[in-house]
Design a protein around this ligand. Structure first.
Ligand code: ZN
Length: 175
């Protein structure tokens, strides 16, 4: 599995470009931004000279949603994609069960997380949207088989609509 240092490097490249050419203030979009110390050891903090805002490499991304290291996000998703249950990931890694669940849930809806995983591991995560009626929510979908190996996850509908969108995720190795 990648180190946190590697995760930080890849994340910066995705976000700011290989030469940091896309680095700009998150508030005013000025590119008069300079480095302003470190954040969580492997990440940079920045200061905008135009508006005075400070931010860091993780600001505004899903990765600031928990105190978990980015490499642990990757670990959880990889293990989960390998069909390990949330409980198994929790037991093997010692990461809080609720945190594992949150990470899985967030990644389902995150383009950033999928990009990062793809760059770090060569795996591709696909998100399929399908629709099922509330009446059959929680029942096994026998009419639609997974097209590839890997775990299929289903989101939870709110029941507000007749057919809440259900998201399925498949992880496959890159060819
Ligand atoms: Zn600014």
């Amino acid at each position: 599995m990648p180190t946190e240092r590697k995760c930080a490097g890849v994340l910066k490249t995705i976000r700011w470009g290989s030469r940091m050419e896309k680095l700009a203030c998150l508030r005013c979009h000025s590119n008069k931004v300079k480095k302003h110390g470190r954040y969580r050891k492997h990440y940079n903090r920045y200061l905008c000279n135009s508006c005075g805002r400070t931010f860091n490499d993780l600001t505004g991304t899903i990765f600031e949603e928990t105190k978990l290291k980015v490499k642990d996000w990757i670990y959880i998703i990889k293990e989960f994609a390998g069909t390990a249950s949330k409980n198994a990931v929790h037991k093997e890694s010692g990461i809080n069960y609720g945190t594992v669940g949150r990470v899985v849930g967030i990644v389902l809806s995150s383009v950033e997380a999928r990009q990062l995983l793809e760059k770090l591991t060569g795996d591709v995560i696909e998100i399929d949207e399908m629709y099922m009626s509330v009446g059959s929510k929680g029942t096994r979908q026998t009419e639609r088989k997974p097209r590839r190996r890997g775990l299929r996850l289903r989101g939870r509908g709110t029941g507000d609509k007749d057919k809440p969108p259900i998201v399925g995720v498949t992880v496959r190795a890159a060819p």
